[in-house]
Every structure is written in C-alpha cells, then in structure tokens.
Write a protein of this length. Structure first.
Length: 256
C-alpha cells in the first residue's frame, strides 16, 4: 500500500497547480473555464491511451457493467472540469481547491462504505472530521457568514459539486480496477470525458485565439497535472483503499 500512497501523493501535489494555471489562462489568454476543461482532457486522453498501449496488453472489458462504469467515470470527470474551473473564477484558486479536494474524502468515505464495504475506522473518522472542520474555517476565514457574496457562495457550491464528481470517479474507479488495468481505465475514461465536453467548441465564441496565446499553459495542464497525475493516481488507487486514497489527496492544497 505504501507505493500506492506515494503515487497518489505525487498526483495530489501536481493537481495543486491546476487552479493557478487556470487563473493564468483566464488572465493572459481570456480562456473560458469550459474550454480549459475540454482542452485539458483532449490533450491528456491520447497520452494516457498511448501509455496504456505501451505498458500492457490487458485491455479486457469483461461485461456491460464495465462499460457502464467507464461511462460514469468519464461523465464524472467531465463534470468535474465544468464545476471546478468555474468555481476557481468565482472564489479564487485556494478556496476552490480547498473546498473541492477537502470535501471529497468525506464523500469518498461515505460512498466507499456504501458500495465498496470499506470500514470507516475511528482514525479515518477523526481525520475526516478534522479535514472538513479545517476547510470550513479556511474558506470563511475573516468573513462573517453574512459577508459572503452570492458569487462566492455559488462558487463554493460548484466546488463542492466538483468534490462529489471526483468522489464518484474515485469510488467507481476503485471498484472497476478489480477487473480492468489502471492505464487502460484512465485512458478510456478520459477519452469519454473529452468527447462529452467536445460540444463546448460549438458554443465558445473564441477558440483559436486563447489556444494561440495560452498553448504552453494548455500543454502543461494536459500533460502534467492531468495525464501524468491521473496515471499515477489510477495506478496508486489499485493498491490503496478508496477512503485512504481520498485522505492522501488532501496534499493538493499545499501547492494551490
């Protein structure tokens, strides 16, 4: 399990740079959150598929249940992009990351106990309580409840929605990894997610200009905190209980 924890920790540290990259793309390339989410997935998917083709011949999808799980995971990943990147624009990087990532372990623990039959030990329960309590204090910070703007509140709700999307991805992924190898699983689910967000290109008023101005940041976002990080996460998740994996991702805000 130690190797799995190390891989997930490295992935989480990489994810922490995602929000800052989104902020830079919005500032310097006028990139819309939906466009950023789609391009991130579109870059990552072929690299994950390529890594899967090189590393394993185990591409078994044994049942309709596996195909359904891949669709659910792809949908959850697509939804995460929409919610998280929009939340960043409304609440800021640190708050969006803290809410999305620090709420996710609690949701993962509940879903894992319900669907994976993972035991919620006292140690895990205390860790989750501290994470949720600390997140609430950090998000509110110096603000009083009445001083939280509607935009901030909407962003907070979106960030929580991103946390739920991530939790669904992790729990369904953990169950499916018992039958499908990690990299094929990641490659196919990211392909599904990219296809789900592809209609964004029809709605966006400007696509070529943000891509031309921000291509180095888009490339970094797609390759490092997406393709590499989710490859590491999926391999680590196979060796680690979903609840423990969720708690380990709390390292993400350290680099947010």
């Amino acid at each position: 399990m130690l190797t799995g924890l190390v891989l997930i920790a490295l992935a989480a540290i990489s994810w922490g740079t995602t929000g800052a990259t989104m902020t830079l793309l919005a500032r310097h390339a006028a990139a819309d959150p939906l466009l950023v989410g789609f391009v991130r997935l579109a870059i990552a998917a072929p690299f994950l598929l390529g890594a899967a083709l090189v590393s394993t011949r185990d591409w078994r999808f044994t049942s309709g249940r596996d195909l359904f799980a891949l669709l659910v995971m792809g949908g959850a990943m697509a939804t995460y992009q929409v919610f998280y990147f929009r939340a960043v624009t409304l609440t800021g990087v640190a708050v969006a990351a803290l809410l999305a990532i620090c709420s996710a372990p609690l949701m993962i623990a509940g879903l894992a106990a319900l669907f994976l039959r993972e035991r919620l030990t006292s140690t895990v329960a205390v860790s989750l309580a501290m994470a949720v309590g600390g997140t609430a204090l950090l998000v509110i910070g110096p603000r009083r409840i009445g001083e939280i703007s509607s935009g901030f509140a909407a962003g907070a709700v979106l960030a929580l929605g991103a946390g739920l999307s991530y939790a669904i991805y992790a729990v369904v992924g953990k169950a499916t990894l018992a039958r499908i190898a990690p990299l094929p699983l990641a490659g196919v689910t990211f392909t599904v997610a990219a296809l789900a967000l592809a209609p964004v290109l029809w709605w966006e008023p400007a696509v070529a200009e943000p891509l031309a101005k921000g291509w180095p940041l888009f490339l970094y976002l797609g390759l490092v905190p997406t393709a590499l990080a989710y490859g590491l996460f999926t391999v680590g998740l196979k060796r680690t209980p979903a609840t423990v994996a969720g708690i380990t991702t709390l390292l993400e805000p350290l680099t947010a």
